[in-house]
Design a protein around this ligand. Structure first.
Ligand code: LLP
Length: 419
């Protein structure tokens, strides 16, 4: 469910006309709905067992205003870099609700995380464990850690966002866990609190998640039997969201929550979740203006002022995003290739998409763009980084401004021999 609806034929974000925002801020622009963000967070938090930590995966959308909205609702944060950790803290997430994942945390990042006293560092390899021990011991602190295991489960999602197969770079093969737990007990500065797992993203089938979680819970038992005080399991993120309006939807958070409750019952583990996409994807749209409608040799192109640099998901993962007109004028439908202005054929949002007729100057909304949209945007082709707007009821505010061309140029420096 989201809060983007037509009112008198004009798409609104909550109480605010999308056309008004587009006119005042310009296009392309991301628009997020506070009510949708909060609803998704609440629905998920209520679905999972009471007492769980829901740590929003900041990588999905790291805007400070988004983080703060969720932090005020009680969310923790899952971060994968010092930059994201700093964002989470600046957004008001308390350190005791922050987990730090990632295969390549540097000594500097580990050191910073220890200084903040975060809830968990999710260690992904033996060398990282050894490095963390040295750093923690040198600071005279104890790192509260989970070890991320690789359960060798196929999440049956796009290969580029599948993370739980043995061949993937993530986590430690799960059968090495007993030896690693022993090593943790020997190492100074390390306190092993639990096991973490994350098998992929946009997962639309609960089977692989259940299989992975089952392996994690079994391993927790094995470790306890060997005398290790395992108290928590971090079950990662990954639950898929609907991207196609009139197609069967992936399992709901309530279905997911029921599965988790069933298989975690009686395990006496505090659970941690790291949802990203589920919270923000359908809380955001990318609004763009048609620059031209171009009649090609065999097809019509709807050329937008948003490009792959603003939303790379279709180019990178062949992702589907619904496209709708901002003004619902009931025009006759026709098929378009919806493209951007970037100089690559991959700069295509949709092929042969049947849409109400568009004319140059019309506004289009690309839906389900709140997750991994602005977060993966770039200035390729020297296009200004796309701005972001947050709506809250009747209020709206620019939460990241579009840089000016002067600001963009000023970031580069000419070396002395060229100036
Ligand atoms: N936890 C860990 C350790 C992760 O690596 C991820 C996502 C999440 C949680 C959040 O997963 P989610 O609930 O959002 O599925 N850019 C890609 C998605 C990459 C996901 C990376 N890891 C896309 O646009 O589809």
């Amino acid at each position: 469910m989201n809060h983007f609806d037509y009112r008198d034929g004009v798409l609104h974000a909550e109480e605010v006309s999308v056309a008004t925002i587009a006119a005042e801020v310009g296009t392309p622009v991301y628009i997020y709905s506070t009510a949708t963000l909060l609803r998704h967070f609440q629905v998920f938090a209520e679905a999972v067992p009471e007492g769980s930590l829901v740590a929003y995966a900041v990588k999905a959308n790291g805007n400070l205003a988004v983080i703060r909205t969720l932090a005020e609702a009680g969310a923790g944060a899952d971060v994968v870099s010092q930059g994201e950790l700093r964002r989470a803290l600046a957004g008001g997430v308390s350190p005791d609700k922050i987990v730090f994942s990632g295969v390549g945390k540097t000594a500097e990042e580990l050191s910073y995380a220890l200084e903040q006293g975060i809830f968990s560092i999710n260690v992904e390899s033996e060398p990282e464990l050894e490095a963390l021990s040295v750093i923690a011991a040198s600071k005279g602190v104890t790192a509260s850690i989970a070890i991320r295991v690789n359960p060798d489960v196929d999440a049956r999602t796009h290969a580029k966002i599948s993370t739980g197969k043995g061949e993937n770079k993530f986590g430690v093969p799960i059968d090495r866990m007993p030896d690693l737990a022993k090593r943790c007990a020997e190492l100074p500065g390390i306190s092993l609190k639990g096991i973490a797992v994350h098998i992929g993203s946009q997962i639309t089938d609960l089977g692989p998640l259940e299989a992975a979680y089952g392996r994690v819970f079994d391993m927790c038992e094995t470790l306890r039997a060997a005398g290790h005080a395992v108290e928590r399991a971090d079950l990662g993120g990954g639950l898929g969201v609907p991207y196609v309006m009139n197609a069967p939807h992936p399992p709901l958070p309530s279905d997911y929550g029921q599965m988790v409750r069933r298989i975690s019952a009686g395990k006496n583990l505090r659970l941690v979740f790291e949802p990203g996409r589920l919270i923000v994807a359908n809380a955001g749209i990318l609004v763009s203006r048609a620059v031209y409608v171009k009649h090609g040799a065999s097809r019509d192109f709807l050329v937008l002022d948003a490009g792959m640099n603003d939303l790379i998901r279709p180019a990178m993962y062949d992702a589907h995003h619904d496209v709708i007109p901002v003004m619902n004028a009931g025009r006759t439908e026709q098929a378009y290739d919806v493209v951007g202005p970037v100089c690559e054929t991959g700069d295509t949002f949709a092929r042969g998409r049947v849409l109400p007729g568009f004319e140059a100057g019309d506004l289009a909304a690309i839906l389900s763009a709140g997750a991994y949209g602005s977060a993966q945007a770039s200035e390729y082709n020297a296009r200004p980084l796309v701005p972001e707007v947050l709506v809250n009821g009747k209020d709206w505010s620019v939460i990241r401004a579009r840089p000016t061309y002067e600001e963009m140029l000023a970031r580069d420096r000419l070396p002395t021999w060229l100036s």
